[in-house]
Design a protein around this ligand. Structure first.
Ligand SMILES: NC(=O)c1ccc[n+]([C@@H]2O[C@H](COP(=O)([O-])OP(=O)(O)OC[C@H]3O[C@@H](n4cnc5c(N)ncnc54)[C@H](O)[C@@H]3O)[C@@H](O)[C@H]2O)c1
Length: 291
């Protein structure tokens, strides 16, 4: 029960990583304010999840709605101990050659400004909580392996998620004086609706597409299975807990090792450039012996 007597606010709680984190926090004693734009799924989550889960509709693109969410959590419970800035979607798909300013701004508002405003409106309710003395007052921001480099997502998403990492560090320094830690998690490919939510295809094809992504990613990373929302929820819970009291301004990559390097660096079956050089040397040696 790491989160007894704690108030936790989660954005984008109705699905995937947010839903898994909500369930974990609630199971371990927190009062969780689970927010989302998806009212139907959010209400269902609150009804069906074990523990004290209260659904609040909140569009993180609307700063006034974020402020109202934080105020409500504080009014009902006396303050906020943990904020998980998680809401997101794939955002604009256009390349940098094609994107227009409105599509750019919409994606940045959803993925980056939302995190800044979440922190902005939660912090007044986090200051002075007993958890600030125990190392347990904590903000966790969901970034992505897309922040490591290109190739994991569309460009605008990747830039926004890199911004989340830098915001995490800056906020950690700004808020240290109040005993509030700020960290990020960078998920790899996790089996959620994010890849298919914006696709205009029937539901059964979406299920197939999700399975395809899980299969492709498990083939491309050292940990040979698809990532699941609980893998990320566990990392979030650690960073939010008192056990991480000495951890701030950092980011935890939870990706099955997909960012470690190309396949030949971890799969002995796959020859890389170094192995090719050794083989060449061996060939030369054999040729010399034969001559
Ligand atoms: N799944 C992955 O592979 C992966 C990888 C890296 C990072 N992430 C990040 O993890 C976070 C959670 O995504 P997920 O994979 O669980 O996806 P998901 O689609 O399962 O869940 C995202 C949730 O955010 C909500 N949401 C979308 N727009 C919103 C808005 N404007 N206001 C409030 N809520 C909104 C959706 O309704 C949904 O419930 C996102 O920030 C995403 O970028 C996911």
């Amino acid at each position: 029960m790491r989160f007894s007597d704690r108030t936790v606010v989660v954005t984008g709680a109705a699905s995937g990583i947010g839903a898994a984190a909500t369930a974990l926090f609630a199971r371990e004693g927190a009062v969780v304010f689970a927010s989302d734009i998806d009212v139907e799924s959010g209400k269902k989550l609150a009804e069906e999840t074990e523990g004290d889960v209260r659904f609040v509709r909140c569009d993180v693109c609307d700063p006034a709605a974020i402020e109202a969410l934080m105020d409500r959590a504080a009014e009902e419970t006396g303050g906020i101990d943990t904020l998980l800035n998680n809401a997101g979607a794939g955002g604009a798909r256009e390349s940098i050659e094609e994107i227009g300013p409105d599509a750019w701004d919409r994606t940045m508002d959803l993925l980056l400004r939302s995190v800044a405003m979440g922190i902005r409106y939660a912090v007044p309710h986090m200051k002075g909580r007993p958890s600030t003395k125990k190392g347990g007052a904590s903000i966790v921001n969901i970034s992505s392996v897309a922040a490591v480099g290109p190739g994991y997502s569309p460009t605008t998403y990747a830039v926004a998620k890199a911004g989340v990492l830098h915001l995490t560090k800056c906020a950690a320094t700004d808020l240290a004086q109040h005993g509030i830690r700020v960290n990020a998690v960078q998920p790899g490919f996790i089996n959620t609706n994010i890849f298919t939510a914006s696709l205009d295809i029937p539901d059964e094809l979406k299920t197939q597409a999700k399975a395809m992504i899980a299969q492709m990613s498990s083939n491309a990373q050292p940990v040979a299975r698809g990532g699941e929302p609980i893998d990320i929820a566990e990392a979030v819970a650690y960073l939010a807990s008192d056990a991480a009291g000495f951890v701030t301004g950092t980011s935890l990559i939870v990706d099955g090792g997909i960012t470690l390097g190309p396949r030949h660096s971890w799969d002995p079956e796959e020859g890389g450039a170094f192995e090719a050089l050794i083989a060449l040397e061996e060939q030369v040696k054999q040729a010399q012996q034969t001559a």
